[in-house]
Write a protein of this length. Structure first.
Lengths: 500, 527
């Protein structure tokens, strides 16, 4: 008689060997981690959530360990929250919600243990601060390859930050694979927002309470149709820039791509009367005006302005943009006559970072967040691009050392309570922008930011798209990708130019 | 006894016919269609991870697409693609026979043969994926497996469930299933109304899946691509030539590239592009560039969204060989972006390589981590993630060739790129040959002379210039009316001088069709 082990078919032998191996591994890595060897290093987790501040309503901060490990255990405030096989840590949603609610306003102690080859390692503990300030729970973004020069299969999506729900707002398959530009809500309101669908028959798709219409925000004499835009608080006006955009390439491989304007102006569109309002202050041919936004009270327009050289030639690496403020009256749609420089590139607090883009005023009107770069208007490819925050009352500029990274940090927007902002950062891999969230306390102190959590922590590693131009909203945007496709078939409402 | 024998014989005959056809397909794929398999292997980036596998549920036909794409990654290996595809066709044959015999169709073998033949023809199109073949097999097999005859009400219930299930698993296979069910209903003629309703309802309901899959109705029902037909065999073979030469180049088989193109009577631009590149890497571009006219260097045009994919792919190889990492990365991203699935394993690997060369470790590791989950590049990526010095060596060596000039260009004008590469590294012989040959193919003699004097004079100091350059100098010196004493500096071979004198007497004569002078006078510039 043959011994059982040799009489077994080959597949069965393999299965037995695997089962035995698993049993031995489990036995060698007992759930009891009291024998763990302390390591004088923070755990190699990705996303890196060590020392960050999170809102009380954020989805579970699932993460993975970028090291060889068979099991991971996580204790929070000394209590075992997760014990799992493999390298991924996923928190139970309900338990996570209770954990955050119970710890709002305090810093939790997080201990991560990893088991490899039968030995447990206890990494240095880190703090996770839970802010009682909630963040607006919905985020919209465009998924695009980081080249920006070409596109294929674009999507605009919205994601609930309180869980992992994701919905598509515009989809390439329903829009003939056209280019789409960033979806922007008015004052974080989901019921009023706008996005662009480019190409033949394209236009600005305006969402009012989920009813979509198509606008052609352009008129004879403008450099181009609207490019960068923002709503006024009432939602009646949209301030926009009209740009002639030039893409260019750096010979240096580390600097990759540059995009600059060789002409740009700023206008206001009255969505009620379908007129475009212009002002000599914002359409000066000796200057480049771009990135306009309204102040939260609607009484000012903020935008970036660069002086052209005397010979009118545009030299990209000498373009230095300031932030100026121009009065505006929502009552009669008039643009004021005097521009005030709010932030001058010449007085930049960090040497070398002399050009400003994307000014965004906090909804409470107290702070102005903007991007600084060496030059130009395309900080997304400038590794030195950083965020800075201006206190509008005191004029003090915070260089946000805790927030910025060695890679591009830009494209920011505020949460409606002015306590959080989101921005796109390339800090993880230098190429693909991801949304990071940053807490600003009542004194204006910014905390260490964290990347948007994913249900599967490997998703950030596996995606080959940038999360472009993230915008927060207080609720879900009430239209679908099919609504956008239908809106594209509508005739576009034309605008006429109202001269000053 | 006789009928049983004929049934067996018939069965055997069918098996033989089918086997012979599949063997013929295998021979054809191996002998004439290997390039397509390598191309299809590249047109995806299959990751064996839960989050990637989960993405298959966002479209119909998850099972056939998952199985198809999983197997397609092995197309990378020579002969694996033909074997897998022939196995899939055999599956179609078996499923078709089972489905048709279940249907009780007359001319069973002929119909089966027709289906296999049609599917074999469809596989000649480069866009026909393995998942399409599996979807067809799935639809046929599901029909064969359904409980059927004699119980119409049960059949109605089953088909109500089977059609959506089939669509979920096999995409357009559900349309095949629906067609077979309809044929069965019409042939059986029992409780026709009930069964027709039970057929129409689920088919109509499939339209609602648009909401879930975010697709137009037509493409959704045909997913993952029911019918891609080659327009003509000649076109298909031309595309295959391009696939094959690109594949051989990417595998590093430069000799095969050269042999393949030399042996071909009708060249495509893509073939000539890789031919020139292969010869340039051997240091023989001036000798080769006019061997197959009209030639295609790829440096006289510019790439953009409208550029054919083959050219963008090729330009990525050219920039890589030259050492311009900015445009190599750009071409690799564009190639990847315009791939069917938006991700191309070979180009993602190239992106990792570009960043290893430039020293952008963060970016390189992003791509390497991704490639670490693939079957084909996993081991390579793991070695580089561990910073294995042997694996890193070729990339460190390549670093010396990269562009160190800091300028801003609005276009990818090759002349600018090549001169900057030479400014950064005057020993870049590949860039020098491409620069001079580009000048010559553009018939810009003045630029040729200027570029030679700026970058080439040192490279050939004390050595004889390649024949092409000497011929070009004959023209340039003659145009400039240079004194005879100056000629020997550039035209050191008296035979070339004598032949040029002869050409001047018979300008444009076909006897000189192998010379640069003839090209200069008679040929059009190809961009």
């Amino acid at each position: 008689m043959k011994p059982i082990i040799t009489a077994m078919p080959r597949a069965a032998k393999r299965l037995s060997a695997i089962a035995l191996g698993l049993a031995l591994t489990l036995a060698s890595c007992t759930p009891d981690v009291r024998d763990a060897v302390p390591a004088d290093a923070l755990p190699p987790i990705y996303p890196d959530y060590a020392g960050v501040t999170v809102p009380v309503n954020i989805a579970p901060l699932n993460f993975g360990l970028r090291t060889d490990c068979d099991h991971v255990a996580v204790d929070i405030d000394g209590r075992r929250e997760v014990l799992t096989s493999g390298h991924k840590v996923r928190f139970a949603p309900e338990r996570w919600r209770r954990l955050l609610a119970d710890n709002a306003g305090r810093t939790m102690d997080v201990a991560v243990y990893a088991c490899h080859a039968g030995r447990w390692t206890e990494y240095r503990h880190f703090g996770l601060t839970v802010s009682a300030d909630s963040i607006d729970p919905w985020l919209t973004y465009r998924l695009i390859e980081p080249d920006y020069e070409v596109w294929n299969h674009l999507e605009i999506r919205q994601r609930c930050l309180e869980d992992f729900t994701e919905k598509t707002l515009a989809h390439h398959a329903l829009l003939g694979n056209r280019c789409m530009n960033c979806h922007t809500p008015a004052s974080q309101r989901p019921d009023l927002s706008m996005m662009y669908v480019r190409g033949s028959g394209g236009g600005a798709i305006l969402n009012r309470d989920g009813r979509l219409s198509k606008l052609n925000i352009n008129a004879e004499g403008l450099i181009s149709g609207s490019v960068y835009f923002a709503f006024s608080p009432s939602g009646r006006y949209v301030v926009f820039s009209s740009n002639s955009i030039i893409p260019a390439y750096h010979a240096q491989p580390s600097r990759r791509m540059e995009v600059y304007d060789n002409a740009s102006d700023v206008y206001v569109a009255d969505l009620q009367e379908n007129v475009i309002i212009c002002s000599p202050l914002l359409t000066d041919s000796t200057r480049l005006e771009t990135f306009p936004v309204f102040s939260p009270d609607g009484r000012h327009i903020y935008c970036c302005v660069a002086q052209l050289r005397a010979d009118g030639r545009v030299v990209p690496d000498s373009l230095q943009y300031d932030i100026v403020r121009v009065p505006f009256s929502e009552a009669d749609g008039r643009i004021g006559t005097e521009a005030v420089t709010v932030y001058s590139a010449a007085n930049a607090p960090i040497a070398g970072l002399h050009s400003v883009s994307h000014p965004r005023v906090s909804p409470d009107g107290r702070r102005l967040l903007f991007t600084v770069a060496r030059y130009g208007t395309f900080p997304i490819w400038h590794t030195a691009a950083d965020l800075q925050m201006l206190d509008l009352a005191t004029g003090r500029v915070d260089t946000l050392a805790a927030v910025n990274s060695a890679r591009s940090d830009t494209y920011h927007s505020w949460s409606s309570n002015s306590r959080w902002f989101v921005f796109a950062s390339k800090r993880a891999d230098g190429l693909y922008g991801k949304p990071y969230f940053c807490h600003v306390d009542s004194a204006g102190r910014a905390a260490r930011p964290f990347v948007m959590p994913q249900d599967d922590p490997d998703l950030h590693d596996e995606t080959l798209k940038s999360f472009n131009a993230p915008e927060l909203a207080t609720g879900p945007i009430p239209f679908t990708a099919f609504d956008v496709a239908r809106a594209m078939e509508l005739p576009a409402a034309d605008f006429r130019l109202r001269d000053y | 006894m006789t009928s049983r024998l004929s049934s067996i014989l018939g069965h055997r005959a069918w098996l033989w016919a089918c086997g012979l056809w599949l063997a013929a397909c295998l021979a054809f794929y191996v002998g004439c269609y290997q390039g397509l398999f390598f191309h299809q292997a590249q047109e995806q980036l299959f990751l064996l991870t839960p989050s990637y596998v989960a993405t298959y549920f966002s479209a119909p036909a998850w099972l056939s697409c998952l199985a198809g794409d999983f197997l397609t990654q092995f197309y990378y290996y020579r002969y694996a693609g033909p074997l897998i595809l022939v196995a899939a066709l055999a599956l179609v044959a078996l499923a078709a026979r089972a489905a048709l015999s279940r249907l009780g169709a007359g001319r069973l073998h002929a119909l089966t043969a027709l289906i296999v033949l049609a599917e074999s023809v469809l596989t000649l199109h480069y866009a026909t994926r393995l998942s399409s073949v599996l979807s067809l097999a799935g639809g046929l097999a599901l029909f064969a497996a359904m409980p059927w005859r004699g119980r119409p009400s049960l059949s109605a219930a089953v088909q109500m469930l089977a059609i959506p299930l089939c669509f979920w698993l096999f995409g357009f296979g559900a349309m095949v299933l629906a067609a077979l069910v309809l044929a069965d209903v019409l042939m059986e003629r029992r409780q026709m109304t009930l069964r027709l309703i039970a057929l129409a309802l689920p088919v109509a309901c499939l339209g609602m899946a648009r909401r879930c899959y975010l697709m137009e109705l037509g493409p959704m029902l045909a997913y993952p691509g029911a019918c891609h037909l080659v327009t003509s065999p000649a076109d298909a073979l031309t595309i295959e030539k391009n696939f094959r030469v690109a594949a051989e180049y990417q595998f590093g088989n430069l000799n095969r590239v050269v042999r393949m193109v030399d042996a071909d009577a009708h060249h495509t631009d893509v073939q000539l592009f890789y031919y020139n590149l292969a010869m340039a890497r051997r240091g023989q571009l001036p000798e080769a560039v006019m061997r197959h006219m009209p030639t295609f260097l790829g440096t006289l045009g510019r790439i953009g969204p409208q550029t054919p994919h083959f050219v963008i792919w090729g330009m990525d190889e050219l920039y890589w060989a030259l050492g311009d990492m900015t445009f190599c990365e750009r071409a690799a991203i564009m190639s990847s972006v315009f791939t069917r699935s938006n991700r191309n394993i070979f180009k993602v690997r190239r992106l990792a390589e570009v960043n290893l060369v430039t020293g952008d470790t963060l970016a390189a590791r992003k791509y390497l981590r991704l490639l670490g989950h693939t079957h084909v590049a996993g081991r390579w990526a793991d070695r580089l993630l561990r910073a294995d010095s042997a694996a890193m060596r070729p990339y460190m060596a390549k670093r010396q060739w990269i562009n160190r000039i800091d300028t801003l260009r609005q276009t990818d004008r090759a002349h600018d790129i090549l001169t900057e590469l030479l400014q950064s590294n005057p020993d870049n012989r590949l860039a020098l040959d491409y620069l001079l040959c580009t000048d010559l193919m553009a018939k810009d003699l003045r630029q040729f002379v200027a570029d030679y004097l700026r970058f080439g004079a040192d490279a050939w100091r004390g050595r004889q210039l390649p024949e092409l350059y000497q011929q070009a100098f004959c023209l340039a010196l003659s145009v400039q009316k240079a004194p005879p004493s100056e000629w020997p500096h550039y035209v050191s071979d008296p035979a070339i001088r004598r032949r040029f004198d002869a050409y001047c007497r018979e300008r444009g004569h076909r006897n000189f069709s192998d010379t640069y002078w003839y090209y200069f006078d008679k040929s059009k510039i190809r961009k």
